[in-house]
Write a protein that binds this ligand. Structure first.
Ligand SMILES: CC(=O)N[C@H]1[C@@H](OP(=O)(O)OP(=O)(O)OC[C@H]2O[C@@H](n3ccc(=O)[nH]c3=O)[C@H](O)[C@@H]2O)O[C@H](CO)[C@@H](O)[C@@H]1O
Ligand SMILES: O=P([O-])([O-])O[C@@H]1[C@@H](O)[C@H](O)[C@@H](O)[C@H](O)[C@@H]1O
Length: 416
């Protein structure tokens, strides 16, 4: 099979031209303008969760999404946005530029008006396709590419690809203010940057949690790879154990490679905490796993954007212990919703876990504050609304308020 043959494709309705003068389209029936998200798709992790939530929520804010996946994999089977068109075009390698023509054809056939990419690879393909079609190109910055992995060569190559690709981007959406600063430091002018904080849905019926009596279980949720710092957490568990503090760990998520799995499992054994760790693996039920734990720990070493797992834990009413690592520090309020410690510090991490366990921070209050902080700052709806505003500006469409009023909504009910 030709590697660029679509493995899955969902029928995409035909092109309808929507313009600021004729937002209703040629048939008169109002159709939402469309945005094609060019994604990797091999994982179902943070960037994919953002893509999935945008596809679900953007229609409430006047846009429809579609997907093209260049590294088809878990996204296709795990996404919740199952009604969103997804075309899977496997690139044979990072340099397989036949993908550009395929993406351009998909964009044209589906009547897409904006192309939106999420990784250096997808930015390269999307930028070229957008240039062919003269469509605006948006790039979502999920993490600092130069600190994306422990593989320096991959970081270097991805960094170069990203720089070249974003030169023609109409707008860059960063997921945290720290990432905005990072992109400025790379020379991206202010006017092309827009910070849209990541967001996740509310957890239905979330109530402040009561502190558990007895042995605690900490949760770490991640696509386990070296930069997430699981080693530091295992060492912190061993340190706590040596002081008589027995704490369990639920390690939720897949491993980047089988070698890395083997490394972590054997490290836990060597540290004497093998029996305290449950390796859950990838699950589509992260929410149910979070219900079973007492706090979330995210010991990232470097390179975070604004981790979705931290936001999901807050929405579920969990205190979070995490590291001072880019956007993570914007989500966790130190000593209010949890603790922030220095990356790589086993003693600080163990100390923070101990402080939460022994009640230095009131558990129930921290839980209540987590729920409130999520609702105030990190909702999926606010994220989609702000991304939609970026699209509107690029297409020269009226803002959400003006559009609602034009649609007959009373000004007092229109979004502000
Ligand atoms: C390499 C990269 O680009 N990292 C970025 C990526 O997050 P990264 O991939 O590092 O992970 P996050 O913590 O943000 O999110 C992981 C997501 O995967 C889900 N999950 C996890 C395990 C599991 O078994 N099942 C499951 O569904 C979680 O519920 C969560 O929604 O996007 C985030 C959001 O913009 C950024 O903050 C990160 O810097
Ligand atoms: O470099 P590439 O092959 O496009 O894909 C990469 C992924 O495999 C990796 O997991 C992720 O962290 C990078 O941001 C990038 O998306």
């Amino acid at each position: 099979m030709n590697s660029l043959t679509p493995i899955t494709s969902v029928m995409i309705p035909p092109l309808r031209v929507l313009t600021p003068e004729d937002p209703a389209g040629v048939s008169g029936a109002k159709q939402l303008p469309r945005v094609l998200h060019v994604i990797n798709g091999e994982h179902y992790s943070g960037a994919e969760r953002v893509q999935d939530l945008l596809a679900l929520r953007l229609p409430d804010h006047g846009f429809e999404a579609g997907f093209v996946a260049l590294k088809p994999g878990r996204f296709g089977s795990c996404r919740r946005s199952v009604d969103t068109p997804l075309e899977e075009l496997a690139m044979r390698s990072r340099w397989d530029l036949r993908a550009v023509g395929r993406v351009a054809r998909a964009a044209q056939a589906g009547g897409y008006q904006i192309i939106h990419a999420h990784t250096p690879r997808s930015a390269m393909v999307a930028a070229l396709a957008a240039r062919q079609l003269e469509l605006p190109f948006v790039y979502h910055v999920h993490s600092p590419t130069s600190r994306d992995s422990t593989r320096w060569l991959a970081n270097l190559v991805n960094g170069r690809i990203e720089r070249l690709s974003i030169a023609g981007a109409a707008k860059l959406i960063t997921v945290s203010p720290t990432l905005t600063d990072h992109m400025k430091s790379l020379g991206v002018p202010d006017e092309r940057l827009r910070c849209v904080l990541n967001g996740v849905p509310k957890v239905a019926g979330a109530e402040p949690r009561k502190k558990r009596e007895g042995v605690w279980t900490l949760g770490m949720v991640a696509l386990f790879r070296p930069r997430k710092g699981a080693e530091v957490l295992l060492e912190a568990l061993a340190l706590l154990k040596s002081k008589g503090q027995d704490v369990r760990l639920s390690a939720i998520g897949p491993f980047e490679t089988p070698d890395y799995e083997e490394h972590l499992v054997s490290l836990a054994g060597r540290l004497g905490v093998g029996n305290s760790v449950s390796w859950i693996g990838f699950t589509e039920g992260v929410g149910a796993e979070l219900d079973r734990v007492d706090a979330l720990v995210l010991p990232s070493l470097f390179g975070e954007g604004l981790p979705m797992v931290v936001l999901e834990a807050m929405a579920a009413g969990l205190p979070v212990i995490a590291t001072h690592c880019e956007g993570t520090a914007e989500a966790v309020a130190h000593r209010e919703t949890g603790y922030l410690v220095e990356p790589s510090s086993v003693s600080q991490l163990a100390g923070a876990i101990d402080s939460l366990l022994t009640g230095e921070l009131d558990y129930e209050q921290a839980s209540a504050r987590s729920i409130a902080r999520h609702a105030e700052r990190f909702s999926d709806d606010a994220m989609a609304a702000q991304v939609a505003e970026v699209y509107r500006e690029l297409l020269g469409l009226p803002d959400a308020r003006a559009e609602s009023i034009a649609d007959g909504l009373h000004p007092s009910e229109a979004p502000v």
